[in-house]
Design a protein around this ligand. Structure first.
Ligand SMILES: *Cc1c(COP(=O)(O)O)cnc(C)c1O
Length: 377
């Protein structure tokens, strides 16, 4: 039998880096500065430069990045943050963790991204609930940039906080996500576009005051030193060893994204109209964290692919506002698009280490399972 194809292949990436990850980890083990070692500052500087912003502040994971960003902006009890209903749990979770209230807003049925046209309703729902709308939190889901120009217009003077956990490396009209949002949060979870070998995250900002607050918050609310506590903070650091690995991976990110984009274009061509293939907003270049199709026969397709040794994933099977822990938070309307997507999406393998034969095999398998009929609307 042919080898199984998985949605991610971290082993192939490690081989390509040819011992550089092992050498980087060994250097940290030898110098022993595991907390706030020199690689942390080096990586923060490299990341800020890569994203085209003034500051990058490392932290423990992507969820903490969101929490730290909201805290640094002074968002808390009585405030509302508009979040898409179709996303990973951490988006709304971070809002609740700072004491604010998430307001779920529907997504576009084609791009799966926060719909700018739904923002006014989200703001109205927040006000009706007696909350002060403070921010919107677009998600660059699957690596696809959210529609920042239209979202900003719809949001008026609300702050735009990007949940860019899946989108680091994506661009919109040639600019990085961090150059579109007011503050940008990302994750270095191993399977994200820029992944570590464990947990990690970062917040990107041009604002020096926000940067200083983030640095204080991640180190127990420290002032001039960590034994001088000027605010309530937490412990959320990017480990030196992860920073050292990320310094080796950042230089190949652009190339990996370019290959994934080529693979995505080819897979889209091969799949034809048997399923609904991914579509971004105008001017978007996705980071291709995931290649996600839509079909009414999602469960058949997933089971059939599995039988043929092809991995796939459902991101996400339940809209956030319908999860037991989130049911009682406000939602703008029925969020019918999020609900429908949760029944139709399936992410297929489309990473940077697939061959053309692999892509052909995936497309042939899809054809065999769903047949030649056009994707049902
Ligand atoms: C992965 C992810 C996060 C959280 O990142 P962690 O590093 O796992 O905490 C937040 N939002 C989205 C959309 C994600 O995909």
């Amino acid at each position: 039998m042919t080898d199984a194809l998985q949605i991610f292949d971290l082993g192939a990436q490690r081989e390509r880096l040819d011992g550089r990850l092992e050498a980087a980890a060994a250097r940290v083990l030898r110098h022993g500065r595991f907390i706030n070692g020199p690689e942390v500052q080096q990586f923060e500087a490299a990341l800020a430069e890569h994203a085209g912003v003034a500051h990058a502040v490392g932290c423990g994971n992507g969820t903490d990045a969101l929490v730290l960003a909201l805290k640094a902006l002074g968002i808390g009890p009585g405030d509302a943050v508009l979040v898409p209903d179709f996303t990973f749990v951490a988006t709304a979770e971070a809002v609740v963790l700072v004491g604010a209230t998430p307001v779920f807003v529907d997504v576009d049925p084609v791009t799966c991204l926060l719909d700018p046209e739904q923002i006014p309703q989200g703001i109205a729902v927040a006000r009706d609930a007696g909350l002060v709308p403070r921010a919107i939190m677009p998600v660059d889901l699957f690596g696809q940039p959210a529609d920042y120009p239209r979202l900003r217009e719809a949001a008026g003077d609300l702050i735009v906080v990007s949940d860019c956990a899946q989108g680091y490396g994506a661009t919109l009209k040639g600019r990085s996500i961090a150059q579109w949002a007011d503050i940008t949060c990302t994750s270095f979870f191993p399977t994200k576009p820029l992944g570590a070998a464990g947990d990690g995250g970062a917040v990107l900002t041009d604002d020096p005051e926000v940067e200083a607050t983030l640095r204080s918050l991640r180190a127990h609310g420290g002032g001039s030193n960590k034994y001088d506590n000027v605010r309530i903070g937490t412990n959320s650091r990017l480990d030196t060893i992860q920073a050292a690995l990320l310094l080796e991976k950042l230089p190949i990110l652009e190339d990996e994204i370019a290959v994934r984009a080529r693979n995505a274009a080819e897979l889209t061509r091969l799949l034809g109209n048997r399923v609904r293939t991914p579509v971004g907003v105008p001017g978007a270049d996705s980071a291709w964290a995931l290649y996600t199709v839509q079909t009414d026969r999602r469960d058949d397709l997933q089971a059939g692919l599995k039988a043929m040794g092809i991995g796939s994933g459902v991101y996400y099977a339940v809209p956030q506002s319908r999860q037991p822990a989130y049911r009682d938070y406000p939602r703008a309307g029925g969020c019918a698009n999020a609900r429908r997507l949760s029944q139709r999406v399936l992410s297929l393998p489309c990473h940077a280490y697939l061959t053309h034969a692999d892509l052909q095999r995936i497309a042939d398998a899809v054809q065999e399972i769903v047949g030649d009929q056009a994707a049902a609307e």
